[in-house]
Design a protein around this ligand. Sequence first.
Ligand SMILES: *Cc1c(COP(=O)(O)O)cnc(C)c1O
Length: 235
Amino acid sequence: MNLSPLTHIADNHQKVMQTIEQACHTHHRNPEQVTLLAVSKRHSVESIREALAIGQHHFGENYLNEAIEKQEQLSHTEIIWHYIGSIQSNKTRKIAEHFDWVHTVETLKVAQRLSNQRLDSQAPLNICLQINIDDEPTKSGLPNDESTIITIAEQINQLPNITLRGLMCIPAPKPNKAAEIKTFSRMQSLFQTLQSRGIDIDTLSMGMSNDLDSAIECGATIVRVGTAIFGQRPD
Ligand SMILES: *Cc1c(COP(=O)(O)O)cnc(C)c1O
């Protein structure tokens, strides 16, 4: 077969959407409550345009300069930009000004900077707290500790120019479905704990190509998929 890369994107996107719809059906979720975030890091502006043309509007980027260059080329589009990369505190101004969502907040200090640096002319920045849900020593995110998470969520929830929307995780690879469910249920329980304390959140950003079904079973509202839509990232 000799399909063009563009044909692949439309086909791949449709397959991912079908997987999401099937998981929603199986687990009695409303598909309208699960958003596909297309992770376009290291993929071209042309690939993004192709996904946009078939109705994909949420795009996730990890590298700030790369993302800003793409945004300039795609400035007259309806794209909703999500920052999902690691955050250096000297880069918060650009993140605050150039994105609609940030999934990877893990300190009060970064949240304060994003709030201070968000322009008054912009809507509040949507943010998620990244949780190091499997307590991996080398991974980013808040420790998987309920009281730590409650404390920081309550503080961040007071900041004026950002809106705390929920929690995000990148789990460790899992040997089987039961292990996936265990991790994602823990996220769901942390999410519900915050809600029960009066924090008005609605987002669980979790689930990637291989664990979408388990994530949706446990209440994911944003699933993040790159390779299954765009193909392998160029080196
Ligand atoms: C790259 C990335 C993804 C997508 O990964 P793929 O393996 O390309 O599907 C999802 N979430 C985060 C945070 C990422 O950095």
